[in-house]
Design a protein around this ligand. Structure first.
Ligand code: FPP
Ligand code: MG
Length: 326
């Protein structure tokens, strides 16, 4: 069963709302490259994890969910999609979900502007929800994007930095991935007037899931073939990303000097050799252990929310993240 089915969420409704974000912008002609690119991009599938998290969060509120919750869920996907356009340019990735990345079709300059428009359009769209009571809306519309940018900046700043600390790695992962997921659950809950402390617990739950998600993503770069990834395996290492498996492997005095030789000028063979060494070490199992610790934290939060019927949906999300294959 698909995740949205297990959660009893109508994906068509969310997809329609996502498309509306650009289709209803009266300043953008429907036939323009801008509108067409976004409609194509957002129409090309995806699991809609972040919108689903908004809807699940809304099930912890005192009021039924309505248009606002739906718009927040669509906005979450828009922010995510915009960030992936930029991410693929930064990573020089040819493929996204097995299809040509947007910048390979429109050129980099157009793709940058499309991504910028999308993130600004979310702020424009959600700005109608003003006032002190609705401050949480801005946590999604603007704060979450700022955190994504910060996480991405931290990642770039530490390219090929083999002295990166575990704390720095975790902070970057939190900014780049976990905070958006955490915010989705929290704003969903507040959109239906959940108690603040429940929204905060949901935030912590989403953050733990998001950390596990990013760590699993970093593991896939070592364990999956290019076919499955939809991009060349080992891309992170080649691009200088010091992920958790690399940090653990760096603790091995025999591996560390070899890993430290990898730089922007390294050959494919050198990268492949280091990938194989890391694969044979205990680094992947230790990384898996950290991911599991985050899932355990998430499970403990579900216990604290067990008086809410919707805690079963958190369990469904947890199971999905625990067994996820992208
Ligand atoms: C995926 O990383 C990328 C992110 C989780 C966020 C990237 C954020 C930005 C580029 C900032 C965007 C800014 C604006 C204004 C929209 P990955 O490369 O580890 O994952 P992948 O394997 O899916 O490419
Ligand atoms: Mg990328």
């Amino acid at each position: 069963m698909k995740l949205h089915e297990a959660l009893n969420i109508d994906l068509d409704e969310i997809n329609h709302e996502i498309q509306n974000i650009v289709a209803r912008d009266k300043d953008v002609p429907k036939k323009s490259q801008l509108a067409q690119s976004i409609l194509e991009l957002t129409g090309s599938g995806g699991k809609r994890l972040r919108p689903l998290m908004v809807i699940v969060g809304s099930r912890f509120g005192r009021k039924p969910s309505g248009r606002r919750t739906l718009q927040l869920s669509a906005a979450a996907e828009f922010i995510h999609a915009a960030s992936l356009i930029h991410d693929d340019i930064i990573d020089d990735a040819e493929l996204r979900r097995g299809a040509p990345a947007l910048h390979t079709r429109t050129g980099v300059l157009s793709a940058v502007h499309i991504g910028n428009y999308m993130s600004a359009r979310v702020i424009e769209l959600l700005s109608k929800y003003t006032g002190d009571k609705n401050r949480y809306v801005h946590d999604l519309s603007s704060v979450a994007t700022a955190q994504l940018c910060l996480g991405e900046y931290q990642q770039m700043e530490h390219a090929y930095d083999y002295n990166l600390t575990f704390e720095e790695y975790l902070e970057k992962s939190r900014n780049k991935t976990a905070m958006l997921m955490a915010t989705c659950l929290r704003v969903g809950a507040l959109s239906t007037e959940s108690p603040e402390e429940v929204a905060d617990l949901l935030y912590n739950f989403g953050e733990a899931l998001g950390m596990s998600f990013q760590i699993q993503d970093d593991l896939l770069d070592f364990t999956q073939s290019a076919d499955v990834l939809g991009k060349p395996a080992g891309s992170d290492l080649r691009n200088g990303q010091v992920t958790l498996p690399v940090l653990f492997a760096l603790q091995d005095p025999e591996l560390a000097p070899v890993i430290r030789t990898i730089g922007p000028a390294s050959s494919e063979e050198e990268v492949a050799d280091v990938l194989a060494l890391i694969n044979r070490s205990d680094a992947l199992a230790r990384t898996e252990g950290v991911s599991q610790d985050y899932l355990d934290q998430a499970a403990a939060i579900i216990q604290r929310l067990s008086s809410y019927p919707a805690h079963a949906d958190l369990e469904t999300l947890l199971q999905y993240f625990a067994g996820r294959d992208r």
